[in-house]
Structures are given as structure tokens and as C-alpha cells.
Design a protein around this ligand. Structure first.
Ligand code: NAD
Length: 471
């Protein structure tokens, strides 16, 4: 049965009308997978929507709140419809509760709380983390039990990068002649990563898209949500904590609840630089911005014997945003973390030639380091689908492939990317990702300048977290 046929007569209801909703609708136009007159958008202050009205999309101009969510959505969402949450400031958990009760499918690209949670002074640093938000969502999954599929955290990252990790592990196994282990008839991903000796995984992204319009003073410029980026940039830096690590980082803390597979730093991610490597220019300095995959991937790959930890990789995001966004973060932090008065998400003004390289960098194994991911230029993105940049199209590819996967697997309850079939998801996303490439590199975070300052005692392991932060 075709994709359209299996969803015919149902509505696709988007919450939010920002850069990613527009990009996803652009991808739907290209993919011809849905009838656009079945698409409804719910968001406040809807502007510049005439091209979408012309395509058949309908709009409801309202801001969802804890008080009006059920009332607004009950009039729109029928059993079997699909809610796609691409908003900021609307609780993923409350939307999932609603979708479950209404018999609707659901997808989001991050676990979002209601407005104000990230800056709520009564919450501890740990309670404001993605670790805590994920922990609450896992508890909600246990409470709701089986039901309509709710795919959480499925954009590009979090989202597609978890599938990239599985692909990269299989590619390394083939290159190194390592047998792929199975347990209870299923591929044992943690055992495979352990057998390959993967010590560190970066979600390594460098965006070189540039605006033809110079950034103004007092302006925050980005290639996707300014509000979304500012929220996560101010959350504590978070990472899965590897079993090979020998030195506890300054300002690091354990969470007092949950799996304990990830830790946080008592520092906002935008103030934690980390060395990384991407094919888009080689070595660079990224920011250790918190993301759900820095919690879910180490959880998924942890190997224990009873309660004894045998293996876990260090996992985190290392993000080199586009130069204007990096300048904007610098200005924002310098102003005492007070947001600029003006915000701009770049689109039409992006000059030709920029590229977003988004992938996973697996380090510490017999091939040293291996990057696998999407290399997509602004020029390719514009040719592939309307209303898109390279960044938004990578995210929209994650959203679209997650929607199709959920329609094909409609009764799985709450699902994280790691629980999905990576081959099927990447098959759906592939036409929108530019080139998917696997590249070996001899790069390590050790460099000649730092060697002058850090005199190693005994054998030096380049893959310790302290070497990535020594910038
Ligand atoms: P955006 O800032 O461009 O748009 C956000 C939208 O949310 C706006 O239309 C705004 O009006 C709407 N909104 C705000 N409050 C609302 C409310 N109370 N009710 C309904 N709508 C409301 O954001 P974007 O760039 O489109 O990103 C959308 C989401 O996707 C964000 O949460 C962002 O963090 C996430 N994202 C995820 C990934 C990924 O790869 N996983 C990548 C990029 C963005």
C-alpha cells in the first residue's frame, strides 16, 4: 500500500509555523506524499503564509496554553490524525497525553516544556536538564502504556544522528572485520560498539552558510529557531559519561535520579567550547550544547554485567553553528545572557556556497576516527525542496521520515530514535540529505600548542574528555 493511501482521509496537524514547519511542508510538496488540503497549522501570529494557503494548507491563529490545549485540539484532531509538534514553548508531554487519549499519532523534534521552565529559578540545574525532561517522558511512557505511536526527538539531531550511529557502527565492523554480535535474536548495538572499542561519539556539526546581509548589532541571526537555540544554549552542558574516562571534569555533577548514564556541567552549554572534526574544513571548535541524543545514545549503548558497568562511550553534541550565529552567541553571552532585541532566521538572503555538515564522529577505534553523516549545501537544498536551507532540510528529512515510520508502525507508544529501524528511516530520508558520506580521519584533540601546556605523565590517551575541552 502506498504512503498516501495508508493515511488518506486523515489530517496532519502542525503545532508552530516557524522555519521547520515551513521546511517540512516544502518537503511534502516535493515528496508528493500527502494531500496538502489535509494539512492544518496551529500557531500564534501567523505571517507570510499566503504561499502555503495557495497550496491548500489551512491555519488556526492561536497560542496553545496549558489551559486551552485540550479545548483547541479536540475541535481539530480526530482519531487516526497526526500531530507534529514543531513549536517552541508547548509541552511535549501534555501534547502526547492528548494524542494518546484521542487516538492520534504524534511526533516532535525535541522534548519541549511549557514556556518559562528553562529559566525557572526554583528548579535545580539538574531539574532544568534534558536528562530530567527525558526521564519524565520515559515515566509518562510507562504510565500511558501501549497506544498510538508518539515518536519523540526526531529531527536531524536529535533524530537522524542516532540512525547515523548505527550505520557507522556497521560500516566500521565491516571495515575492521569485527563480527556483529546478537542477543535474543536482535543486533546488540552496545556490544558492537564495545567490540569496536569506540570510546567517544561526537554529534559533530559545522554550518558554513552565510548571509548576504551583515548581522547588525543587537541582532541574533541563525539558520533555525533563535528561540530554540537560545533555550538549549542556556541549559546545562550534558554528556554521556564514558567508561574509559579517568578525570572528573571541573563543574561536573551526577543527577540524583534516573539511569546515571549521563552527567551535566554546572555551566550553560554556550560557554563550553569543545574541539571536534567535520569534513567541512576539518578541525574546529564547537559548543557543547545539550541535546537529547547525548542522553539517549549512551543509555542505548551501555553494556553492564548485572550492576557492573562494562562499557559506555562518552557522547555529546559539538556544534559549530554558522558564523553569524556564533557571533550572535558571543554578543548574547557578553550582554549577560540577555537576548538581543532583534531576531532573524536566515533563508532567502543566504549566499550560494555554504554547507551544513551534520554527522557522527566515532573515535578511539582501530581506524582512529570515522565521521558519517549528511553533507548538504544551500544550493542543493534549494533545488531539492522549496522554503528550505541546508539546515532546515536536514531537520525536515528527520521529521518526514519519522512521520512515515510512525504511519507504518502506528501502535508503538512513546518511541525514541534508537528504538526505530535505522535502515527504513534512512531509506526515507536519503533523497533529502545531499551526500551521505563516511570519512576516516587521523585527527585527535591533541595538538602541539596544548602539548606545551599539558605535560603527560605515563601513556597518553587522546580520547579523554579533558583533551577535547583544552582549547
Ligand atoms: P521557530 O522559532 O522558527 O518557530 C517556532 C514556532 O512556534 C513559531 O511559529 C511560534 O509562533 C510557535 N509557537 C510559540 N509559542 C506557541 C504556542 N504557545 N502555541 C503554538 N505555537 C507556538 O522554530 P523552528 O526553527 O521552526 O523550530 C521548531 C522546533 O524544532 C523547536 O522546538 C526547535 O528546537 C526544534 N528543532 C529541532 C531540530 C532537530 O534536529 N531535532 C532542529 C531544529 C529545530
Amino acid at each position: 500500500m502506498s504512503k498516501e493511501a495508508s493515511f488518506s482521509g486523515k489530517k496532519l496537524v502542525f503545532i508552530g509555523f516557524g522555519s521547520i514547519t515551513k521546511a517540512t511542508i516544502g518537503l511534502l510538496v516535493r515528496a508528493r506524499a500527502f494531500n496538502l488540503s489535509s494539512v492544518v497549522v496551529i500557531a500564534p501570529q501567523i505571517e507570510q503564509h499566503q504561499p502555503f494557503v495557495d497550496l491548500g494548507v489551512s491555519f488556526i491563529d492561536v497560542a496553545l496554553t496549558p489551559e486551552n490545549l485540550g479545548h483547541v485540539l479536540r475541535d481539530v484532531v480526530q482519531p487516526g490524525d497526526f500531530i507534529v509538534n514543531l513549536s517552541v514553548n508547548v509541552s511535549s508531554a501534555d501534547l502526547i497525553r492528548f494524542a494518546h487519549a484521542q487516538g492520534a499519532l504524534y511526533l516532535d523534534t525535541c522534548i519541549e516544556p511549557w514556556e518559562g521552565t528553562y529559566n525557572e529559578p526554583t528548579l535545580t540545574t539538574s531539574q532544568r536538564s534534558n536528562y530530567a525532561l527525558r526521564d519524565q517522558l520515559l515515566a509518562l511512557g510507562d504510565e500511558l502504556g501501549p497506544g498510538p505511536t508518539a515518536v519523540v526527538t526526531h529531527g536531524a539531531n536529535p533524530g537522524l544522528v542516532s540512525h547515523f550511529v548505527k550505520s557507522a557502527l556497521l560500516q566500521l565492523a565491516a571495515k575492521l572485520g569485527v563480527a556483529v554480535p546478537e542477543a535474543q535474536g536482535r543486533l546488540a548495538w552496545g556490544e558492537l560498539a564495545m567490540a569496536l572499542n569506540v570510546k567517544v561519539i561526537h554529534i559533530a556539526e559545522r554550518d558554513t552558510q552565510r548571509s548576504s546581509r551583515i548581522k547588525s548589532d543587537d541582532e541574533f541571526v541563525n539558520t533555525w529557531s533563535v528561540d530554540g537555540f537560545v533555550s538549549e544554549a542556556g541549559q546545562p552542558a550534558e554528556l554521556g559519561w564514558g567508561s574509559h574516562e579517568k578525570t572528573w571534569p571541573p563543574f561536573a555533577r551526577h543527577h540524583p535520579f534516573g539511569s546515571n548514564n549521563a552527567i551535566y556541567l554546572e555551566r550553560p552549554g554556550a560557554s563550553v567550547p569543545v574541539k571536534t572534526w567535520t569534513p567541512n574544513g576539518g578541525p574546529c571548535t564547537g559548543l557543547l550544547i545539550t541535546h537529547n541524543e547525548a542522553i539517549s545514545l549512551p543509555d542505548f549503548l551501555t553494556v553492564k554485567d548485572g550492576s557492573v558497568l562494562l562499557y559506555r562511550p562518552t557522547v555529546h553534541y559539538a556544534y559549530h553553528p554558522c558564523d553569524d550565529a556564533l557571533l550572535s552567541v558571543h554578543e548574547y553571552v557578553g550582554r549577560g545572557w540577555k537576548l538581543q532585541d532583534s531576531k532573524r532566521i536566515m533563508n532567502d538572503e543566504i549566499a550560494p556556497g555554504g554547507v551544513d555538515a551534520l554527522g557522527v564522529l566515532l573515535m578511539g577505534h582501530a581506524l582512529n576516527a570515522y565521521w558519517y553523516g549528511s553533507i548538504l549545501s544551500i544550493d542543493e537544498a534549494r533545488q531539492i525542496a522549496p522554503f528550505n536551507t541546508a539546515t532546515s532540510l536536514q531537520v525536515a528529512a528527520g521529521v518526514y521520515s519519522g512521520i512515515i515510520w510512525a504511519i507504518e508502525n502506528p501502535d508503538r507508544g512513546i518511541v525514541e530514535p534508537e528504538q526505530m529501524d535505522h535502515r527504513r528511516v534512512l531509506e526515507i530520508a536519503l533523497p533529502f540529505l545531499g551526500s551521505l558520506e563516511g570519512i576516516q580521519t587521523d585527527w585527535t584533540p591533541l595538538d602541539t600548542i596544548n602539548a606545551l601546556f599539558h605535560k603527560p605523565e605515563g601513556e597518553l590517551c587522546p580520547w579523554q574528555f579533558e583533551h577535547f575541552t583544552a582549547v
